[in-house]
Design a protein around this ligand. Structure first.
Ligand code: ADP
Ligand code: MG
Length: 475
């Protein structure tokens, strides 16, 4: 998912204060990047001076540009060799990063950026590598695979980036990262940039091993209390899951991320919400990439109201618009709480955060208060019950859209316009009823408004897309 820099733009120093070439500055301006985000303002002067960096900042804070501009500054496009390697935990993130590097590299002539991730077939990757690339972005397993085959050579590398380092370690990539670093020039002869949303001990150890005299840039969050409204509710264990439904039906946020402390709690919550008629999906580490893509597509196109996840599963997710965050359980780590809550109300928009706490969790809430330097605000659960009984007519919260899956995608040469054409020209649907269209390799997902979903499903199944009959199902 790609976030749009919605809401208020960053207000840090202007990019023009940095030692960047004029054409790079002009390109930034074209992209709407005028002022730096806090992590960019803190890290770019150091990184552009060639220093190794440990940078910690929350998701959505603009870390990609913070390592891409230095990486591009180190690059010689006339030299046909891999000069920069960016390691990311998942294919999804690697693709987002590649896109952002391409956008930022537009000012240079012909910088080739290649994405190498597991799950994709080997042959096209080998062919692309044979053609040469300047920047490689990928997941550790697949990069190591290519190093083993010697299809990828890192002798000319001058920048190594570890993006989302905490998540890569959570996913068990420590050994792969070690093996990859061994194949790079020594740390004194390259620039190594490590980015992470959190800074636990194992990330510190990683940094000590692979970085050369690093500078540390940490932006511990303090979010704007006026933007994010936090409410706490005291619950008994037996009412916790039901309380989530009460919150949703009362406040009716369109997109909510609900955090649980365990996978089991995630599963239980999804079951309870679904039974209440709320469209909720679980995001967890055991999902296959294809299932994960489907979940994220449905959340982003507004056909799923609630994404339920553990902290590990949600880490690094780049979600543009979140109306609410619910802490179904209170996390034992106050900093994690701040991080969860900071997911809403991003980029100057307002957001709400709800936390459900049992008596046993009051000690944790105390630590959160201490860290936030403010007292938590409590509301009685009964407030929600009374209100929802009153407006029972409005029914359970429903997402505005429904996702239809067309079994056919890029491989069948389907494009967004083909789907839009089939729905508007052939079926006569108003374009306003049609939402986001995502074309993947083998599937296309189209969001349509509830009231036309049945008509669109029948019409597409009976008609043609790109001159061919297609199979369509409702997700
Ligand atoms: P992170 O890696 O910290 O999660 P990203 O690098 O993905 O964050 O950036 C989040 C969003 O903000 C992206 O859509 C990006 O294009 C946008 N963005 C980043 N820096 C700026 C800036 N200085 N001005 C405007 N938009 C920005
Ligand atoms: Mg990122």
């Amino acid at each position: 998912m790609t976030a749009s820099p919605a809401g208020a733009p960053p207000t840090g120093p202007a990019f023009s204060t940095l030692p960047l070439a004029d054409h790079v500055l002009a390109n930034l301006q074209r992209l709407g990047y005028e002022h730096m985000t806090p992590i960019q303002a803190a890290s770019l002067p150091l990184a552009l001076a060639g220093k190794d960096l440990i940078a910690q900042a929350k998701t959505g804070s603009g870390k990609t540009a913070a390592f891409t501009l230095p990486l591009l500054a180190n690059l010689n496009p006339r030299r046909f060799a891999v000069q920069a390697l960016v390691l990311c935990p998942t294919r999804e993130l690697a693709e987002q990063v590649s896109q952002e590097i391409r956008r930022l590299a537009r000012a240079e002539d012909n910088v080739k950026v290649l994405t190498l991730c597991g799950g994709a077939t080997m042959r096209p990757q080998l062919a692309s590598l044979a053609h040469g690339a300047h920047v490689v972005v990928g997941t550790p397993g697949r990069i190591l695979d290519h190093l083993g085959r010697e299809s990828l050579v890192l002798e000319a590398l001058n920048t190594l980036v570890l993006d989302e380092a905490d998540r890569m370690l959570d996913m068990g990539f420590a050994d792969d990262i070690a093996a990859i670093a061994e194949r790079c020039p020594p740390s004194s002869q390259r620039q190594t940039l490590l980015f992470s949303a959190t800074y636990p001990d194992d990330v510190a150890k990683l940094a000590a091993r692979y970085l050369h005299e690093p500078q540390e840039v940490k932006l511990t969050e303090r979010h704007d209390a006026s933007r994010i409204r936090q409410r706490f509710y005291e619950v008994k264990e037996s009412e916790r899951l039901h309380a989530v439904g009460l919150l949703l039906n009362h406040f009716r946020p369109e997109s909510t991320l609900a955090f649980c402390n365990t996978k089991q709690q995630c599963r239980d919550l999804v079951a309870v919400l679904q039974a209440e008629g709320i469209v909720a999906l679980e995001l967890h580490g055991d999902l296959e990439q294809r299932e994960r893509d489907q979940v994220l597509v449905q959340f982003a196109n507004r056909s799923c109201s609630v994404l339920v996840a553990t902290d590990v599963a949600a880490r690094g997710l780049d979600i543009a618009r979140l109306d609410a965050v619910i802490n179904v359980d209170i996390t034992p780590d106050a900093q994690v709480h701040t991080h969860r809550v900071g997911r809403t109300g991003r980029a100057g928009e307002s957001g709400q955060a709800f936390s459900l706490a049992s008596m046993d969790e009051m000690g944790r809430v105390g630590r959160i208060d201490e860290m936030q330097g403010s007292e938590s605000v409590w509301h009685p659960l009964a407030e929600l019950e009374a209100a929802s009984a009153g407006d029972a007519a409005s029914g359970p919260l429903r997402p505005p859209m429904v996702t239809l899956q067309i079994l056919g995608g890029r491989k069948e040469k389907i494009r967004k316009g083909d789907v839009l054409g089939a729905l508007t020209k052939d079926l006569g649907l108003d374009a306003a009823c049609i939402g986001k269209i995502d074309v993947n390799d083998f599937s296309t997902y189209v969001a349509v408004r509830h009231d036309v979903a049945e008509q669109a499903l029948r019409g597409l199944n009976a008609g043609k897309v790109k001159g061919r009959s297609v199979k369509v199902r409702r997700l």
